[in-house]
Ligand binder design. Structure first.
Ligand code: AMP
Length: 511
């Protein structure tokens, strides 16, 4: 099954349904969308010699052509390699090399200097060119099996070189079919807005919306702007978007300033990083029952667990805080387990490494057998995340394995410390890491960004903390920053913070 069949079917069934929008302006119906895809597919084969299985990279900001190019690549059985547009071109060049891509599309075809790309990789302009009709050439997508490679998903690499997660057409179909069961109902009336980079989670939500003949909206800013989103939602109606927690936080702040209360907004799917309780409370008060949470990772894309909107919105439930601090229930097509250090399953309530099994799980890392062997064990994907299941099957994430702090022999999960500090009225953002400590092994350090960067007394934070949590978990040190370092997908770079601590320690001991 080729995922491009969904576009083919949509164009046959609903040729005149609106498909692609730049801002509020329709640029193609489904018939036009599929015709452009066939034209591009023809060009890829006949002008650039792309064959089934070849990799085609995309290093562009979000735009309608992004979707057309992806489908053109699948139409001919080739593999897309979406690269985060916010990366430096040398990082993108590394990915192109690693993926052995044959073609790379950039906005204007002029990003790389001669000699910067491997000899057999051509850079082409992805935007602003006329697509020639494909005539009768290849009127249906390339026939392939479910395990045929579709998308090399480069991880965001918060801890080192990114790896190419191999996702097949079967993975993408399974992921998409879970969405209406576990995340949100989809209909032709919907408009999915791509406000986060399409190279990541946001782009993965296109499939189910193509399947249902919905609208695809590319903001004119080609990025994230809360006011623009509110305007799009108000004008287009039934808008769905994927947003990282930092984006939701900014939407809430902007909505409070402008008085926007969710008009035309159907669903905000959030995930990709922890959403602190304090921020979720603010989001539910501002947007009401419009939030759904997902937990996933590139290796089981967007599909490990989900927390439905009814639960998030029901603040009267006595166990509301506990439920919404979880990442919800396993998606329909996956099985979850929590494992101890010997990879044996643990009972409910006990924290351990989360493992996932099911048809969304990747086929391995591209040209990296060692990493594949570590991540896939007996058919289970070891996520590297720590969490626990409760008796009802709700999964709560505590942290990434490598972020847990072991202080005086006790485990301190940074997330729980962060949750407490984030509730402090003068704290805007916080991130907790461990620092080597001669006495305790590791000690807890909190990096804090205060609201409006106003000065905040450390003693007030300590008093706040010990009123709410065991004092052995309290930060030994607070460091105040203007902002937290984040990667281009908005995830806090804990490695950078740890490096800063190390550098500061080295400076102190240097003669
Ligand atoms: P990526 O593969 O870059 O999308 O990163 C996936 C990682 O982000 C997961 O392994 C988790 O550590 C984290 N993550 C994803 N979704 C959530 C969520 N809903 N809550 C907390 N962390 C999350």
């Amino acid at each position: 099954m080729n995922i491009a069949n969904w576009l083919h079917a949509a164009a046959q069934r609903w040729p005149q349904r609106p498909a692609l929008f730049e801002g509020t302006r329709q640029v193609a119906d489904y018939q036009g969308f599929a015709a452009n895809v066939r034209g591009l597919a023809h060009e890829l084969v006949h002008e650039h010699g792309v064959e089934p299985g070849d990799r085609v990279a995309l290093f562009m900001k979000n735009c309608c052509e992004y979707l057309e190019l992806m489908y053109a690549v699948w139409w001919i059985g080739a593999v897309v390699v979406p690269i985060n547009c916010k990366l430096h071109r040398s990082e993108a060049g590394w990915i192109v090399d690693n993926a052995q891509a044959r073609v790379i599309f950039t906005d204007d075809g002029q990003v790389f200097a001669p000699g910067e790309l491997a000899l057999n990789c051509r850079e082409l302009a992805g935007r602003g060119r006329e697509v020639e009709g494909a005539g009768d050439h290849q009127t249906t997508p390339y026939l392939c099996k479910a395990d045929h490679l579709a998308w090399l998903f480069y991880t965001s690499g918060t801890t080192g070189r990114s790896k190419g997660v191999m996702l097949s057409h079967g993975n993408l179909v399974a992921m998409s079919l879970c969405y209406p069961l576990d995340v949100d109902a989809v209909s032709a009336k919907d408009a999915v807005v791509y406000a986060a980079p399409m190279s990541h989670g946001a782009g993965l939500y296109n499939f189910i919306h193509v399947r249902c003949g919905a609208r695809h909206v590319l903001p004119q800013s080609r990025g994230f702007n809360a006011d623009e989103l509110f305007e799009l939602a108000t004008q287009l109606g039934d808008v769905t978007l994927f947003a990282a927690p930092t984006m939701v936080k900014r939407m809430v702040e902007q909505a409070r300033l402008s008085g926007y209360a969710g008009e035309g907004l159907k669903t905000i799917v959030y995930g990709g990083a922890p959403m602190y309780l304090a921020d979720l409370q603010a989001a539910v008060s501002t947007f009401g029952p419009r939030l759904v949470q997902i937990y996933g990772q590139g290796e089981s894309p967007m599909t490990i667990s989900a927390l439905p909107r009814e639960l998030i919105a029901d603040r009267q439930r006595p166990d509301w805080a506990r439920i919404v601090s979880s990442v919800g229930l396993a998606h329909s097509c996956v099985q979850l387990r929590v494992l101890d250090a010997q990879l044996c399953p643990l009972a409910a309530g006990q924290p351990g490494q989360i493992a996932v099994r099911g048809p969304t799980v990747m086929h391995g890392y591209w040209r990296n057998e060692a990493a594949t062997r570590e991540a896939l064990v007996d058919g289970w994907l070891l996520t590297g995340d720590i969490g626990y299941l409760d008796d009802q099957g709700y999964l709560t994430l505590t942290d990434r394995c490598k972020d847990v702090i072991i202080s005086g022999g006790s485990n301190v999960y940074p997330r729980e410390v962060e949750e407490v500090l984030a509730l402090h009225p003068q704290v805007f953002e916080v991130c907790v890491v461990g620092e080597a400590d001669a006495e305790w092994g590791e000690s807890v350090v909190a990096f804090v960004v205060t609201r409006d960067n106003q000065p905040l007394d450390e003693r007030s934070l300590t008093a706040w903390f010990i009123e709410r949590m065991a004092s052995f978990k309290k930060p030994k040190k607070y460091l105040f920053l203007d902002e937290l370092p984040k990667n281009s997908y908005g995830k806090v770079l804990k490695t950078t913070l740890r490096q800063r601590l190390q550098e500061a320690a080295d400076t102190v001991v240097a003669p």
